[in-house]
Ligand binder design. Structure first.
Ligand SMILES: CC(C)(COP(=O)(O)OP(=O)(O)OC[C@H]1O[C@@H](n2cnc3c(N)ncnc32)[C@H](O)[C@@H]1OP(=O)(O)O)[C@@H](O)C(=O)NCCC(=O)NCCS
Length: 355
């Protein structure tokens, strides 16, 4: 039996967008909150500052702003979207889903919308879901969003975690393309046995919110950073290699590598183990810290608007996070660089030039 034509479709990114809140929380600011120093944070993590959402901003606000920019770049209307796959650890509320709230705010009236809880690997998992939806013919236009307002679940009395995390959102529009272009492979993995390495102990069905859980600060992130470090390096390296292998490519074929921004030392270790040259890896952790599921799409959008990707380039993504979850993806880029695109006769500026 010959396959349905839809089964032969590839899926590719046709628009990207990001949004970060205005307020900057610097290492110097943290020095007055916990026993830490700018020098310790920079040396151990590479982070200098991170963004913090305003009190009246929820994840859906950040996500909607990023999604609008991605749709504008893809020259699509919100009504064109078939599915919204929203990756987050910090939805506005546990019910309704953050994706449904974003659907309403965007006016994406035709879209099925749902959240994916895969922590920092959420955007890569979202790419895997979008690829399946498009390849199977279930959807033509999928909006994948990664968004976090981690500042609401970070304990600003815990120096082990509060220096690491920040708020932000990134989004990508995926559309069908010729097979062999766009997403060539997506690897997705989980190990629930590692759940306690990174957790928020209370709040839902296991330990419902109570006076005791609030007093014990159990609604905040708890992390065993030392255990996570080697797992992060190994899992990102292994899944990127597996993804390249599945695509019939090798590390030397990569033109750009966009890893989850968790710690500059983790990025350096992964890059060195893979043997990738420094100019091929994109890092912005210095400015945003770890924004979990938002970190890859934010970094991707900056790379796209900065003119770092051209049609035919091979780009790799890799992530790891709580759960534990990890994964990677390899794409053959198909979108012209926005810096090369002309609208109304005016060359668009590299950053922020595309609405
Ligand atoms: C958290 C992390 C930055 C800590 O770096 P590290 O080099 O492993 O540091 P250690 O845990 O060995 O701590 C060294 C010392 O610094 C102290 N320290 C921890 N945080 C500190 C801070 N913000 N400022 C100053 N000192 C700090 C520790 O208490 C420890 O002191 P001790 O030796 O007296 O016990 C690092 O382990 C890491 O990035 N892990 C991965 C975390 C991650 O990616 N999480 C997100 C997953 S998506």
């Amino acid at each position: 039996m010959s396959p349905r034509p839809e089964a032969l479709r590839g899926a590719t990114i046709t628009g990207t967008g990001m949004y970060v809140p205005e307020r900057v929380l610097s290492n110097r600011d943290l020095e007055s909150m916990v026993d830490t120093s700018d020098q310790w944070i920079v040396e151990r993590t590479g982070i200098r500052e991170r963004r913090i959402a305003a009190p009246d901003q929820a994840s859906s606000d950040l996500a909607t702003a990023a999604a609008e920019r991605a749709l504008a770049m893809a020259r699509l209307r919100a009504e064109d979207v078939d599915h919204i796959v929203l990756a987050t650890t910090t939805p506005d509320r546990i019910l309704p889903s953050c994706a449904c709230t974003v659907q309403h705010k965007l006016g994406a009236s035709r879209a099925a919308a749902y959240d994916v809880f895969a922590a920092c690997s959420g955007f890569v998992f979202g790419l895997g879901i979008a690829r399946g939806l498009i390849a199977s013919g279930t959807a033509d236009t999928v909006l994948v969003i990664g968004v976090e307002v981690l500042s609401r679940i970070v304990d600003y009395t815990d120096r082990n975690t509060c220096v690491l995390f920040g708020d932000g959102a990134g989004a990508a529009v995926l559309r069908p393309c010729a097979p062999g272009d766009g997403l060539l492979a997506v690897e997705m993995h989980s190990d629930g046995g590692l759940g306690e390495v990174l957790e928020v102990p209370a709040g839902i069905s296991l330990n419902p919110a109570s006076e005791r859980t609030v007093q014990a600060r159990e609604h905040f992130i708890r992390m065993q950073g030392k255990k996570l470090f080697p797992f992060a390096v190994r899992s990102m390296e292994d899944s990127l290699r597996a993804s390249l292998d599945r695509a019939g490519l090798g590390v030397t074929d990569l033109d750009l590598f966009i890893p989850h921004q968790a710690n500059q030392r983790i990025l350096d270790a992964v890059r060195e183990r893979l043997g990738i040259s420094p100019e091929k890896i994109v890092a912005n952790i210095e400015r945003y810290g770890n924004t979990s599921s938002a970190s890859i799409p934010i970094t991707l959008d900056e790379a796209v608007r900065g003119g770092r990707l051209a049609p035919g380039d091979v780009v790799g993504f890799a992530a790891f996070g709580g759960g534990a979850t990890w994964g990677a993806s390899v794409m053959r880029w198909t979108m012209p660089s926005p810096v090369d695109v002309r609208r109304d006769g005016v060359a668009l500026a590299a950053r922020g030039g595309v609405a």
